[in-house]
Design a protein around this ligand. Sequence first.
Ligand code: ZN
Length: 394
Amino acid sequence: MQFKDILGYSSTKKELLSLAHSGKIPHNILLDQLDGMPGVPLAWAWFQYLNCEHPQEDDSCGTCRHCKMIAELAYPDLYFIYPVVGAAGSEDPSGDFFSKWQEMLLAKRAYFSSEDWLEALKADNSRPIIYSGDALSIERKLSLHISESGYRMVIIYQPERMREEMANKLLKLMEEPPEKTLFVSVSLDPDRLLETILSRMQRLEIGTLTHEEMEHALLEYDHSLSKNDCYIATERAEGILYKAINTLQNSQQNLSYTKDYNFVIKYIESKEVGQLKALSEEMAKKGREYVVASLEYLLANLRFALRCGIDASFPRETMNRPEQQIEQYIRGWVHSGNILPLYDAIEQAIAHIKGNVVSKIVLFDLFMQLSVILTPSIKEASLTKIKARQKENK
Ligand SMILES: [Zn+2]
């Protein structure tokens, strides 16, 4: 993995490079990121840079023996700890799942999210955690000599999934790591880390990409992208390149969300509770990931509706045709007075589904809440439409 394989995120790359050049490399770093950002690939590329036999100013050479081994994740001094499932009695929980981890990283390269890892683990409804067996295991591994001559690194993905006893055991190692040993933790939720751990880490925040950086990165990713596709993906990505790439790859999937979304608003308007119940069951059958992705899509579209409502010049070409039709249909339903409760309801539903509450119940409950929140503005919007029609007829 070279820095050039990770598009965008130039400020984090610069920070990592300047730490490497400074000669004073902190042995305990926290990369604070949103889900889907490339914290793990950046740590991987940084490790490759630090151990490269012929490093250039801003990247590893990619061709020396070390670079090749690290790129294949076959280097003896690079360790990973990550959340897994069903490994309570294991002496090496992360090690047991290494082939899955390696396979996912080599396939997804710089673009993966916690959902991809869940899928690779085939975790079903279990919630992955970092088992305390990993503390002993890493202690054992670090007590061995460094195999190669360079740095050794432990990359911890989602350290917030550690139990307290594990964190306390790891703390001792982090405080006094063996020579030339670096810990890089990649956290999606640093607020959940123990204060004792957090206070010992040097924190680097991975920032979101600006629109300009995103468009630039997307064109580098795919030279043949049309300006419009690029624009659509950027608008939906919230500064996370992984999301933009997913949007480009999932246009078929998006059509399916649009269809569901279309039904949701029609049934809410006509107050067909039985149909909403049936729809929640049908959507739930498509799996937890589908439901979460479709709700995120719904959020994005409500955001579009709000922006169209307050800004007449908002470029509607960022929406596909069915979405434009929906926007026209629900015009006036979403405004600054109800957007926050709408957001809260949907975000809470996403959190519940991620927390393994039964999807069909969460969805049905959400549709009822949306119905209550939207009813006053639906009534008002239909009155406005009627008045406009009467005016036209006069
Ligand atoms: Zn090299």
